[in-house]
Design a protein around this ligand. Sequence first.
Ligand code: SF4
Length: 471
Amino acid sequence: MSETPTYIGFKEYTEHIPASIPVAVQQATNRFVGGRAARVAELPQWEELRQIASDIRLHTIENMDVYLTQFETNFTNAGGQVHWAATADDACQIVTDIAKEHGVKTAVKSKSMATEEIDLNKALEKAGIEAIETDLGEYIIQLAGTGPSHILAPAVHLKKEEIADLFSEKLHIDAPSDPIELARIARETLRKKFLDADMGISGANFLVAETGTLVMVTNEGNGRMVSTLPDLHVAVVGIDKIIPDWESLTVFLKLLARSATGQKLSTYTQFITGPRRAEVEFGPKEFHIVILDNGRSNVLKDPVGREVFKCIRCGACANVCPVYKNVGGFAYGWFISGPIGAILSPQILGTKTARELPYASTLCGACADVCPVKIPIPTILRHLRRRVAEGDAVALPTMPAPIRAAADITSLVLAQNWIYRLGTRILPAVMSVFERADGWIPTAPYPLNRWTKGRPLPPFTAGFRAWWKKR
Ligand code: SF4
């Protein structure tokens, strides 16, 4: 079973970020940002589309039960089988049960953030089933034994030389560092797996309630092979992927590829409504969908936080985020990274477990500016910071008592001018006790020692007004 949560934590990861991550991440995200800007500029109605998409998403969030029920009815009528999973463990159990019933030994997977979320590969492995990732990036990180570090490009943190070394080591070959050659090696290795697999596993970008259709948007063609070659297919999809109808879909498809990879449309857009029909040659004979809650219903109770479910997982917010670009995706500690991870993970895992994430932001607002569905990410971050510190109707406060006390004292000092002025006179004398000969403070007392663990602190010499006067 999945050992949820698999959250590792911001602090632990930041202590072990390899130096190469920011370089590789910045090169890749800068390419995405440039591509997005060019495609957006071609569409004069871009802002209008963003507003329509935001309105559709909000409407769907408010009526999620209605649309999910409609989807279930239509998908079932088309011959598919719907399973509801309340937790990650439930979802893993459902998928492994289906696999065991069919004697599955090998499963091929297309890229799916939902299966990353529930740690499905581990559950399948425990059940004796080999699950092979077939998206190139996912295949690379599966070989590396890590999770994804970007929503769209899971192996974005690796340079081509590092991937060549990985292929050489894991596939026992002498792999060159040429990207085309590396892709060819992966394609040849995976081809046989596609043909031999007993089961295909995927996620979905959207579920269209109107017809019970699952929509998959991909660039590599592996999604089509996963969902058509094996006789058995299982899709794992979060409840938030539901949209009302095909008219809504046209809006999201216009926004998704442009925001994600700077394409007008992704290479493959697949619409799957149930299993193979009698008159059709390809497609699975059995089609199951596992609709995953895993804490989402709870998030829906928060009128501010639930806007996170407007997300269409384009990754644009991560590409422009100064924090993400400097620390990379692993620093976010869970399957989803960047600003969207910073607002989703604390809500799903709880503000106690992922307490640091709402603070992993400069609140510069670049994420909200590029978000194609207008998620007010900085507003949600501030809202979650308040929940961490003070608690609210949804959650109790989770900020440790000493930090809360320090915040209360700071608030008092900043509100009372005479205390502030007195403090600015006393502080330089107190800080000088900890100062080194070079003028820096290498070890400060609690709570500032959390900072000095990573880097020295400049000494406090004067308050702002005194400093300003001197200038
Ligand atoms: S929050 Fe917005 S920008 Fe970020 S991944 Fe989701 S849709 Fe894209």
